[in-house]
Design a protein around this ligand. Structure first.
Ligand SMILES: [Zn+2]
Length: 454
């Protein structure tokens, strides 16, 4: 009997965040609505309004009784499920075009892409950004005045030099929490290659007011090295071992591909391992090994950097974060600045909530492992890895609450919300297309036709 009561409560619940949603076929409400609720005679329901996920039906019976039924509640004429669907699309990192197509394939009534973009820019993105701001403030309050070792790394939204956005992330390497990230659009700097340095500058500039930055571990880009030496000389600048060894690996592989170079091949693995060993066994003071290294790899740049290999803290966790970002903002999808920023915020919230997960155990206390085939072994070897406990999504509820409260209180109409967003976006960079030459589509079509009809 208890189970029945729970079910009844769920259906009666009216708060948008606590409501359960069901996929209901059109004929099911039609069956309910074909009996007049006043006189029980036959009635004919017709859909009067269909707005995204909402339908409103009118049924008139033979005795002229009219009843109106709504499939969900709205706030100031915006159906809650429209807003919550748009929220869920962004929070799950999905591509809206694919999701809308999926609903179309499923014949589920859904809003258009235009409505999605509007809901996203007016409600979802601002709520996600504010949720990250709140998380960041509380993190920095806890760390205020303490010494920190930061790891920094950049992510570009496309490989090579044509990236539209670059983001730079600074992580507290002791707690693995992301403390700050900066999103840079390519037109804010001289070119996309300058985005990394600009991101680092902004992030360090922001964090210096909260924490004492003792060390910064990054890759070995020459502009970063120069900037850290000249402008951030009070901080120890160290290099991430993986980045250094990856650079060496690439150079050695290139050398081994030249004619007569194949004898280098067998050495590559041990040289790369050696770099790891140098960093962990002697860190800053590797003078003997330094000479041995010189015998193997004659590179001036590398040799000056070996003493600066970071002995303890590496930036591997930042690579993990970047793969999380790829889940929330796939490189193959184009995003406007505000939604790219919001998706980065969601990725950072997910990462900070889940970066220090415990190992998973069964109900009986047995540790859970996953079987993994290392890629390099091509299926010839397998290992087990301890499985982390399932991810949690507390931040999702926080953002959903922020979305609902934004609609209910501060921005209860599209025009209110648009005014608010305009203020928020005042400090966003000018969109790339605004700086492009204006072309008339009709002219281009005419030119295309004249060229191909000849
Ligand atoms: Zn009736």
């Amino acid at each position: 009997m208890k189970k029945m009561t729970t079910r009844t409560t769920v259906l009666m619940q009216k708060q948008p965040l606590k409501q359960k949603q069901f996929l209901v076929s059109g004929s099911a409400p039609a069956e309910l609505l074909s009996v007049c609720r006043y006189c029980s005679s036959e009635a004919v329901p017709v859909i009067q309004v269909s707005r995204g996920t909402l339908i409103v039906t009118n049924s008139v019976c033979v005795n002229g009784h009219l009843s109106i039924w709504k499939s969900q509640s709205s706030y100031n004429s915006l159906p809650w499920s429209n807003l919550m669907t748009a929220t869920a699309i962004m929070l799950s990192g999905c591509n809206a075009t694919s999701v809308l197509r999926m609903f179309d394939h499923l014949s589920v009534q859904m809003f258009s892409m235009r409505t999605y973009n509007r809901l996203q820019s007016l409600y979802v993105s601002p709520a996600a950004t504010m949720a990250w701001d709140a998380e960041q403030s509380s993190l920095l309050d806890q760390l205020r005045g303490t010494d920190v070792i930061l790891g920094g790394d950049a992510r570009c939204d496309s490989p090579g030099y044509s990236a539209k956005y670059g983001s730079y992330t600074l992580m507290d390497l002791q707690t693995k929490k992301i403390l700050d990230f900066q999103l840079i659009q390519s037109n804010e700097v001289k070119g996309s290659t300058h985005m990394e340095l600009e991101g680092l500058k902004r992030a360090l500039g922001f964090l210096k007011d909260y924490v004492n930055i003792k060390e910064v571990v990054t890759d070995r880009h020459s502009s970063i090295k120069k900037y850290m030496r000249i402008s951030q000389g009070d901080k120890k600048h160290l290099f991430d071992v993986w980045h250094v060894s990856k650079g060496v690996l690439k150079k050695l592989e290139a050398a081994s591909k030249k004619s007569g170079g194949k004898d280098i091949r067998p050495w590559i693995k041990s040289i790369v391992n050696h770099i790891y060993w140098i960093s962990s066994s002697c860190g800053m003071d590797g003078s003997v090994l330094y000479k041995r290294m010189k015998a193997v790899v004659e590179s001036k740049f590398l040799l000056t950097d070996v003493p600066k290999l970071s002995p303890v803290y590496q930036t591997y966790a930042l690579e993990v974060f970047h793969s999380v970002v790829n889940n929330f903002a796939p490189k193959s999808t184009h995003f406007f600045y505000s939604s790219m920023l919001a998706r980065l915020c969601v990725a950072a919230l997910y990462y900070n909530e889940n970066c220090n997960r415990d190992r998973a155990f069964t109900k009986d206390g047995v540790q859970c492992f996953s079987l993994v085939y290392p890629k390099a072994k091509k299926g010839k070897e397998a290992v087990v890895k301890s499985r982390p406990s399932p991810a949690t999504y507390d931040y999702v509820l926080l953002i959903k609450q922020a979305v609902v409260s934004r609609r209910e209180h501060d921005c209860s109409s599209y025009s209110n919300a648009a005014g608010d967003v305009e203020i928020l976006q005042n400090h966003f960079p000018v969109s790339l297309t605004q700086t492009f030459e204006p072309f008339q589509k009709a002219d281009l079509i005419a030119r295309h036709r004249s060229r191909f009809q000849r």
